[in-house]
Write a protein that binds this ligand. Structure first.
Ligand code: GLC
Length: 655
């Protein structure tokens, strides 16, 4: 049962789309106070597991740490980080009681989950203006499905989006892009998407293409699509300020950019230099910005990724002025010898200047300097900060329905709030080429699914830092199962395309397994989307009475038939797994054969070589397997074979 409670005057985020009466009774869970902001407190029992929070750091069980919903452009996802790119305020307390809680609040919200005191859960924010949804049910899984029903159906991407994609920040020229496709095709490594990072644009201007590198962009798109490769251009939040750039001029004239307090357009620097932010929380501006995607759609594009939409700010005029002032004060207040000494000593920047430098990027004060025009009401950005990425992606999603109503268009975003799951997927942002980030990738997946985000994945191989061959192979063996399977890396890092490494056949094989599994993965994705269900589930959702299953956080259930357990430790030739029931251990071997071994319920050590892809088929179930293909349209759906338990039945979904 779902109950809706209202406190103060909430902002209508439209995360929940189901009409519900507001309850007047007491929520009968924990205690709520609305003095000096909102505060929910709950006594956690020893056995309670706290699930949720979507794209967040640490474990599947969120107990024992503190998390703040505050969409942040922070590429250092170390263990201490409390805010990432998304804000997904849904949690489930599962144990003595089973209760789901969604705090529909668009600004900074803190979840202290047994951090300050091990046995207390506290959820609090500055203003007591929010909706709280309280969901009771028989299990965490049941509660999740009820929640998913009230937030509406998850986004469904086109089928090609289940293929493999190659990306890099740094591809610039036509040749750079053509070489990548050639690298994949010549080496017979499957490929369905080629990502176009910021350099495809003219001076980083949204919806433009670089004239020198792409004199005929449509022809470029056509040539890729003739090879079954879909280009996926990036769209950034900031619109470059440049006379003659029509989108800037139009937005300015129509008043569609976010404004300062004095009514002038707010200015922030991002990749293009000085930009304005389209006011995507304003209905007209959202429609206007969304309509611009048509420019690329008209040239054959059917896939996009939205970026920098926290929105990220490198610096503002105000921030630069503060730094300037700090430098001046310092120079004027100090003897010339002291200054010379500083200039000559590396890293000896005085604290007050250092502070101003640190304050330049993504500064909270800057988020208080601009306003949205929402139905004629001026709303300061920081009060609705977590809705920006959501509404930028909604702008695109709503536009796609008009521009191409009969077509599915690929869309995923960096920043998000619950509600955005209806318009696109998410990728988990700028991770690193670290082994720990394979595990973090895995742990985020079911939590994201709980919040409606089904089309998800991480930058495989790692975005920051240099990858290694073994890291990439092991990560791909997890990526085989994530709906979004993309190899992406940052400017200046080591080459990360799969054909750049020795023994290319290993990459061909591992990615090939993805294509062999697409009939299963696509079927399970569609069933999850159409039934408000999960694609990835924590083991505890399927085996709620099995303590060991609940505590196993490095394995996941995928759909109804399989369990996955990827290797995420370097220099290991296998791993321990826990089987909550008898299962068939399957390995896709590099010679194309499929290894099968029946394993009893319990603990096992299984050998998994770098070039093998493991999975486990649940008792009395089977899955379809295709032959490997070079692209999604080449998969032969009418020649599937089934592996797993004989006599088992499988419901295939195809369209
Ligand atoms: C951001 C994105 C990253 C992209 C880069 C350049 O860091 O998260 O994926 O490559 O910007 O556009």
């Amino acid at each position: 049962m779902v109950k809706k409670y209202v406190f103060g005057t909430p902002f209508e985020t439209e995360a929940v789309i189901c009409d519900m009466e507001v309850c007047k009774d007491n929520p009968q869970i924990g205690s709520i106070s609305v003095q000096d902001g909102f505060r929910f407190e709950y006594k956690i029992n020893d056995m309670d597991v706290i699930y949720g929070l979507g794209e967040a750091n640490r474990g599947i069980n969120k107990r024992g740490y503190i998390y703040v919903s505050d969409c942040s452009d922070d590429p250092e996802h170390t263990e201490g980080k409390i805010s990432l790119y998304g804000a997904h305020n849904f949690i489930i307390i599962s144990g003595k009681e089973n209760v789901g809680l969604f705090f529909d609040y668009p600004s900074k919200l803190t979840f202290d989950i047994g951090y300050t005191r091990h046995d207390e859960l506290k959820v609090f924010c500055d203003r007591a203006d929010l909706y709280v949804y309280v969901i009771t049910g028989e299990s965490a899984y049941d509660i999740t499905k009820q929640f998913r029903r009230i937030i509406g159906r998850s986004y469904i991407p086109p089928k090609f989006a289940f293929g493999f994609g190659q990306s890099r920040w740094g591809y610039r020229t036509r040749k750079d892009f053509d070489d990548v496709v050639k690298g994949y095709r010549d080496n017979n490594i499957p490929l369905d998407m080629l990502y176009l990072d910021i350099d495809y644009m003219q001076d980083y201007k949204d919806f433009t293409t670089n004239e020198e590198n792409f004199p005929d962009f449509k022809e470029f798109v056509d040539s890729l699509k003739a090879q079954n490769v879909h280009p996926v251009p990036i769209i950034d939040a900031g619109v470059k300020i440049e006379d003659g750039y029509d989108i800037y001029e139009e937005g300015k004239e129509k008043g569609y950019f976010c404004k300062r307090e004095d009514g002038t357009d707010f200015v922030a620097a991002v990749w293009p230099g000085w930009t304005h932010f389209p006011d995507v929380l304003n209905k007209d501006a959202r429609e206007w910005f969304g309509s611009k995607y048509k420019r690329l759609i008209d040239q054959g594009v059917d896939a996009f990724w939205n970026d920098m939409n926290e929105p990220a700010i490198f610096y503002t005029e105000e921030g630069v002025a503060a730094l300037d002032k700090a430098i001046h004060n310092y120079v004027e207040g100090n003897d010339i010898c002291v200054i010379e000494d500083i200039i000559n000593t590396a890293n000896a920047v005085p604290a007050e200047i250092k502070q101003c430098m640190q304050n330049l990027q993504n500064n909270e004060e800057d988020y208080k300097r601009f306003y949205h025009n929402i139905d004629g009401k001026r709303v300061r950005h920081d009060l609705v900060h977590n809705l920006y990425g959501y509404n930028m992606t909604r702008a695109a999603g709503e536009a796609f329905e008009k521009i191409a109503p009969d077509k599915r268009i690929l869309m995923f975003s960096r920043s998000s709030y619950i509600g955005m799951h209806r318009y696109g997927g998410v990728w988990t942002g700028d991770n690193k080429s670290w082994w720990s980030h394979i595990l973090l990738n895995l742990k985020m997946m079911p939590s994201l699914n709980m919040c409606g985000f089904l089309y998800t994945g991480a930058d495989i191989g790692g975005f920051g830092d240099n990858t290694t061959r073994d890291l990439l192979l092991r990560w791909l063996a997890l990526g085989v199962f994530t709906p979004l399977m993309r190899n992406h890396t940052a400017l200046g890092t080591r080459n990360q395309e799969c054909y750049r490494f020795e023994d290319i056949e290993d990459f061909r094989h591992v990615i090939g397994v993805r294509y062999r599994l697409i009939p299963y993965l696509y079927s399970e994705y569609m069933k999850a989307a159409l039934n408000d269900d999960m694609y990835f589930k924590p083991l505890g959702f399927v085996y709620p009475d099995d303590k060991m299953a609940i505590e196993t956080e490095d394995q996941l259930m995928l759909g109804n038939e399989i369990m996955i357990a990827p290797v995420y430790v370097q220099n290991t030739s296998g791993r321990h797994v826990y089987l909550p029931e008898e299962m068939k251990f399957i390995k896709f071997m590099p010679d194309g054969t499929i290894y099968e071994q029946l394993l009893d319920k319990g603990h096992h050590y299984v050998e998994i070589a770098l070039n093998e892809v493991p999975l486990f088929i649940r008792k009395d179930k089977c899955i379809p397997v295709a032959e490997a293909a070079q692209s999604v349209p080449e998969i032969k759906w009418d020649e599937l074979k089934y592996i797993g338990y004989e006599e088992a039945e499988y419901e295939l979904y195809n369209d």
